[in-house]
Design a protein around this ligand. Structure first.
Ligand code: 9WN
Length: 420
């Protein structure tokens, strides 16, 4: 049974490989996405360490001179009408810090150093021969420096657009987005609805606000003046991954003979700030920087700080995962949003469905904190969900029925990681 699932996951990764990286989906996402490539590498390393390394190297090949790793790297050969917003919207070439290839100007959650370290560990000898870590380390350091300096708020990292959270239409953004005047729907053409039913995607009003925020950021010259930006949020998952990636950078530094201490200290500072600033009601929430308050809604992002080593509130997060809001072990996959929350919608994208990458993060965190029974049960549930639904983008959290696109790369990748 597992052999068939393994073969099917490998087939998705092979089919979505372009020669230099893996597209998230041939249909809906025909370019390279930043955090998708990190999850993909975590799976690909079992198939071909060379390919996993290449996946990450391709992404960092599009890093900006200011250190930012763009959330999309566009494939020149893909038809321009395939995805909105495309290169003509972002106009990255007009920016002095941009790379030769066209990209977006936003970022995504910094899971990369963790992916680089796990990729190294799959075959240290081969990675050493190729100089994989010495090549990637300075790029990862520049990436984290961009986040700490240009996006830093009190030892945490801010996002300036919902797309930067990776959880685009999470209810945690509703309040802040409500203050944004949407660009009228007639002013742009969505392409996503050619591939997925409207009821499983963000609304037109959401898109109008995404477009407004992205255009304003672009027109500021991607300047990161947080005081002037409309949407400035501290997201628990972005910061959990930043802390976990700083820990991975410490491991990478030690391996290549650099000083791990600054990375250990950064991981500890961010881990502590996650608790002092974002933890309340036994859960981690998003903080609105302009409003100076927590959004008390619960999303799956609030469970992901489990990936942070030595997190003092880990037992509380495990308890919250098991409770009525997420019912860990009693759903097909952990829902992306509180099952009892007012905005819960089991079909609509990041407002309820279960996703495989966030599930992998919870599994990884449970393992890290020695919760092996819960971790094993979650692994089994994830494999069952993939067997039943295939490698779908997300699933209905109760029935496990597939939602979004099929043959989705990170779904195949994290399933492969759980199988091997
Ligand atoms: C916008 C590629 C990406 C993921 C995100 C997911 C979705 C894009 C979109 O797809 O976002 O970046 O067009 O909806 O929300 O997490 O990286 O798979």
């Amino acid at each position: 049974m597992n052999a068939a699932l393994d073969r099917a996951a490998v087939n998705v990764l092979l089919a979505n490989w372009t020669g230099a990286y893996t597209v998230p989906s041939r249909a809906l996402y025909p370019h390279q996405w930043s955090w998708d490539s990190a999850f993909v590498a975590i799976g690909l390393r079992h198939l071909s360490v060379r390919r996993a390394q290449r996946e990450l190297e391709s992404l960092f090949g599009a890093q900006w001179a200011d250190g930012r790793v763009p959330h999309i790297v566009f494939d020149r050969a893909a038809p321009p009408e395939g995805y909105f917003p495309g290169p003509e919207f972002w106009r990255s070439a007009a920016h002095p810090a941009s790379p030769a290839v066209a990209t977006s100007g936003l970022v995504q959650p910094p899971v990369h150093a963790l992916a680089v370290w796990l990729t190294f560990r799959a075959d240290p000898g081969q990675a050493r021969r190729r100089g994989f870590l010495p090549r990637l380390y300075p790029k990862l350091v520049a990436w984290h420096r961009y986040l700490a300096t240009r996006r830093g708020v009190d030892d945490l990292v801010a996002i300036v657009h919902p797309w930067e959270s990776g959880m685009d239409n999470s209810p945690a953004w509703d309040d802040a987005l409500g203050r944004v005047e949407p660009t009228p729907a007639g002013a742009f053409r969505r392409r996503d609805l050619h591939h997925v039913q409207a009821a499983q995607r963000p609304t037109d009003t959401d898109y109008g606000r995404y477009v407004r925020l992205a255009a304003d950021y672009r027109d500021s010259g991607y300047a990161d003046h947080l005081a002037d930006a409309q949407f400035v949020l501290l997201d628990p998952m972005v910061n959990a991954l930043y802390a976990a990636s700083e820990s991975a950078l410490a491991d990478i530094a030690a391996e290549i003979g650099a000083d791990p201490r600054p990375h250990c200290e950064a991981a500890a500072r961010t881990g502590a700030a996650l608790v002092t600033r974002l933890f309340a009601d036994e859960f981690c929430h998003a903080w609105d920087v302009h409003e100076r308050r927590l959004d008390r809604q619960r999303t799956v992002a609030g469970l992901t700080p489990l990936v942070v080593a030595d997190l003092p509130v880990a037992p509380a997060l495990v308890k919250s995962a098991l409770g009525e809001h997420f019912r860990l072990g009693r759903t097909a996959l952990p829902p992306s949003y509180d099952l009892t929350g007012p905005a819960f919608d089991p079909d609509r994208y990041w407002r309820g469905p279960g996703w495989f990458n966030t599930t992998w993060l919870i599994w990884h965190g449970l393992t890290l904190h020695g919760e092996l029974g819960h971790a094993d049960r979650l692994r089994d549930a994830t494999l069952t969900a993939a067997r039943q639904a295939g490698f779908r983008e997300y699933v209905h959290p109760f029935s496990g029925e597939g939602r979004g696109v099929t043959d989705f790369s990170w779904t195949a990748a994290v399933v492969l990681d759980l199988l091997r």
